[in-house]
Design a protein around this ligand. Sequence first.
Ligand SMILES: [Zn+2]
Length: 83
Amino acid sequence: MKKSTGVFRCIDELGRIVIPKSMRNKLGINSGDSLEFRIEEDCIIISPDKSRCAFCGGTDGLCSFKGKSLCDRCITELSEIKN
Ligand SMILES: [Zn+2]
């Protein structure tokens, strides 16, 4: 059996848990972000939703940049900030 090295949290009566702040910070997960839940064997895997833009949640013309998904519109807006 694989030895656990994780952080433990209790689930509440509505099925909610708090994702440890250190883990949210490490993955750049912020309030309002969309997360993907999936089951692998007997585990629930929670990961940032890369099917949506990290800034606006849009799904058009997504590109991956440093582990985040960004849409065409936000990439254009970001490039205009610099000019
Ligand atoms: Zn966007």
